[in-house]
Design a protein. Structure first.
Length: 299
């Protein structure tokens, strides 16, 4: 009977125990265990605060080294695998193209970027190599054209997207192009999947050739009438072809049908040089050629 009372008393006391006293008791047990281990481990806080563990200097240094090495490796992997930002691109179309024999120096310059310049030889050497570039640091692409074994440079694309830039082109010491240009970029950028070298904002620019230079209007007239050509051939005047294919294509001796097919004009000195039903009186091409020329027109 006494045993039953004792147990009942113990159970009664455990049921009546204050939760705060229980927390204090647990903290006391923790502190005793801490002293036995000889380490500075703070006891848990019943208020819900985080438990902070004091580590030895050697352990802390070791863990810091592991974390630092992990972050360094992750940084290197990210840097090597990340996608390079698209630089944008500007495409220049030369009208007329660079077609005369000689050494061309092309230079691009804009604020915040070192001048980019390189040399190109025409005709292209047999052992064509990539032109030596100075200060460019970007992808460049020349667009060439070959007509009747004669090569010309029709355009240039460079991987950058400046708001304004200056283009200078010289053949020897003679300026051919020299203009400050403000590209207008397309509303939709080119995706990397479409062009990995020239992705991003793109613009197409048509620089103006320096009038009066040897490759620009007024074009040198290689012929002015049929008397300058072989029999059964006419002098075909086509300034538009000079803009597209170079000065040599602006005036040349060809057949009448070929000239009219390309919407050319028949050069003449008098009415006898014109086909029946036409007369030599059209002076609309005077500003396009040097010396001035006259062409046939309908009576």
């Amino acid at each position: 009977m006494a045993s039953t009372v004792a147990v009942g008393t113990f159970l009664q006391r455990d049921a009546d125990r204050d939760p705060h006293d229980e927390a204090l008791s647990e903290q006391a047990r923790c502190c005793v265990a801490r002293e036995l281990r000889g380490r500075q481990h703070p006891c848990p806080d019943r208020a819900g605060r985080a438990i902070v563990v004091d580590l030895s200097p050697w352990t802390a240094q070791r863990m810091g080294g592991i974390v630092g090495a992990t972050l360094a490796i992750a940084g290197v992997l990210w840097f090597r695998t990340r996608a390079t930002p698209c630089p944008g691109a500007v495409t220049l179309e030369f009208h007329p193209p660079l077609a005369e024999v000689g050494s061309y120096r092309i230079q691009l310059d804009w604020e915040g970027h070192a001048p980019c310049s390189f040399m190109v030889e025409l005709p292209f050497p047999a052992d064509t190599k990539t032109p030596e570039k100075t200060g460019c640091g970007m992808a460049l692409q020349l667009r060439t054209r070959v007509i009747a074994t004669r090569a010309s440079i029709a355009g240039l694309t460079f991987a950058a997207a400046p708001q304004r830039f200056r283009l200078q082109v010289k053949r020897g010491r003679e300026p051919i192009y020299d203009e400050v240009l403000a590209p207008r970029y397309a509303p939709y950028p080119t995706l990397r999947a479409e062009d990995k070298h020239f992705c991003g904002d793109r613009a197409l620019v048509f620089p103006r050739c320096l009038r009066g230079s040897s490759e620009c209007a007024p074009f040198p007239a290689r012929c002015t009438g049929p008397r300058d050509c072989d029999p059964k051939r006419v002098c075909c005047l086509t300034p538009e072809w000079g803009q597209d294919y170079g000065p040599g294509a602006a005036s040349e001796c060809t057949s009448t049908s070929s000239c009219l097919a390309r919407l050319g004009h028949l050069g003449c000195h008098d009415d006898g040089d014109c086909p029946e039903g036409m007369r030599c009186s059209d002076s609309s091409l005077e500003s396009s050629f040097s010396p001035k020329v006259t062409s046939c027109q309908n009576r």
